[in-house]
Design a binder for this molecule. Structure first.
Ligand code: SF4
Ligand code: ZN
Length: 104
């Protein structure tokens, strides 16, 4: 697998880790996401899967297309704000990549 092709996989792992941090910190989950967060993660993963830019995509936060529906975009933004700084402790490697690629 090439570096570029793995980028999508890394983005998926990053968003999954961030939603996990957000859910355990705000909804008391331990290992399994609550229903709302599961729905949000599934939505974000589906958007990534269908992203027209594919492996060439940049950060969603800088995307002109903004394929997220507004309500989901707001939720994901909250997750990023909460989980971003905490990622540095829990998943330093993913966090560094995340900071490089932007804040979703
Ligand atoms: S917001 Fe833009 S970059 Fe992000 S998944 Fe949607 S189309 Fe792709
Ligand atoms: Zn939750």
């Amino acid at each position: 697998m090439t570096y570029e092709r793995d980028r999508m996989g890394r983005e998926k792992r990053t968003i999954a880790a961030m939603v996990g941090i957000f859910c355990s910190g705000n909804h008391g989950s331990t290992g399994v996401l609550c229903g709302n967060c599961r729905e949000m993660l599934d939505y974000a993963l589906a958007r990534l899967e269908k992203c027209p830019f594919g492996a060439e995509k940049g950060p969603c936060s800088k995307c002109e297309m903004h394929c997220y529906k507004p309500a989901m975009r707001d939720k994901v933004r909250l997750v990023m704000r909460y989980a971003g700084p905490r990622m540095l402790k829990k998943h330093p490697i993913l966090a560094v990549k995340h900071l490089l690629y932007g804040r979703g």
